[in-house]
Design a protein around this ligand. Structure first.
Ligand code: ADP
Ligand code: MG
Length: 312
């Protein structure tokens, strides 16, 4: 096996809120492990609040994990953001400074190894590669002169400027009109073919994850609950939460309650701090689920699941 491009082990992030008298803490990410290979497209899927953005920001070194390790090409990643890992954000309106032109944003993002006079040429190439032509005209524009889709194309061009090996795209199309979403997803998919860039695609939408990704990791309440090659995950979801997500996809034949495993269902146990966070919504929950967090079980076919009801 070759060294993965990025490997994270046991990532956790605790946000602490509040002042002197009232303190609460949020376990945004809990014991998350995953690998991304060179040129691979991995989707991180889960509902709002499940910790996807925090996980992505840890991988981009924008947030420091409370625990866990991040390795890039087999070496421990530093604490600073690196040009090799770039992030594309959901908020296409807030991510560009209205006072600066498109060209200015890109020139600032280009790592200056080239001679200064090559920079404008690189800006034009970047704009062309994200479909903003004629590049010279787009370089002079400001964000208010662009559509949402064009802004996200600029966001992608900016992420490509330092020639990254991994791009982390956090819900890159969820603020865009339906009509331009597929174009942007196709542009992202093309990065692998044209530049060999790996992609971590963060989304709440299993349909677009299936469209784009080689592998899907599902998060729930900060935990990774299931990870598998994309087709296997969609054809034979193992975790009850993955089944629930799939059943809510229009046209899906998956039923949320159909058990893949034989385990008696008991009266719904109450959620406790130590148990599985999905217990209150799980059709397969037992008393054990309420008190003991399931460990990660490795399954054949390069997949894993975190559920007491699934045996290897
Ligand atoms: P997702 O992207 O899946 O919606 P997030 O990573 O944004 O999830 O959030 C996970 C949890 O962490 C949520 O409960 C959220 O409120 C909390 N959280 C995220 N960012 C912060 C922050 N900077 N400070 C405190 N809590 C945060
Ligand atoms: Mg998010």
């Amino acid at each position: 096996m070759s060294t993965p491009l990025m490997e994270v082990r046991g990532l956790s992030k605790v946000y602490r809120r509040g002042g002197l008298w009232s303190r609460t803490q949020v376990n945004a990410v809990r014991d998350l492990s995953m690998t991304i290979d060179a040129g691979q497209i991995v989707a991180l899927v889960g509902e709002s609040g499940s910790g996807k953005t925090t996980a992505g920001r840890i991988l981009a070194r924008l947030v420091r994990p409370t625990a866990g390790t991040v390795e890039f090409e087999g070496r421990p990643a530093g604490h600073q953001p690196e040009p090799t890992v770039q992030m594309i954000f959901q908020d296409v309106f807030g991510s560009l400074n209205p006072a600066h032109s498109v060209g200015h944003h890109l020139r600032r993002a280009i790592v200056r190894s080239a001679h200064e006079d090559d920079v404008d040429k690189t800006v034009a190439e970047l704009l062309g590669s994200v479909g903003l032509r004629p590049a010279e005209r787009f370089a002079k524009r400001y964000s208010h002169e662009l559509s949402g889709g064009q802004r996200q194309r600029v966001g992608i061009a900016r992420a490509l400027a330092p020639a990254p090996r991994l791009v982390i795209a956090d819900e890159p199309v969820s603020m865009l009109d339906m009509s331009v979403r597929v174009d942007i997803l196709n542009l992202l998919a093309g990065l692998r073919e044209k530049r060999g860039v790996a992609l971590l695609y963060i989304t709440h939408d299993l349909v677009s994850a299936r469209y784009l990704a080689d592998r899907i990791t599902v998060m729930f309440s900060g935990y990774g609950v299931e990870s598998a090659p994309a087709t296997a995950l969609l054809d034979e979801p193992q975790h009850p939460y993955t089944r629930l997500l799939l059943a809510s996809v229009p046209g899906s034949t998956t039923t949320p309650t159909k058990p893949t495993v034989t385990k008696p269902t008991v009266a719904k146990p109450a959620t406790t701090a130590d148990g599985c966070p999905f217990v209150a919504r799980c059709p397969l929950a037992t008393e054990q689920c309420a008190t003991v967090m399931p460990p990660v079980t490795t399954l054949p076919g390069d997949r894993w699941v975190r559920c007491h009801a699934v045996q290897s």
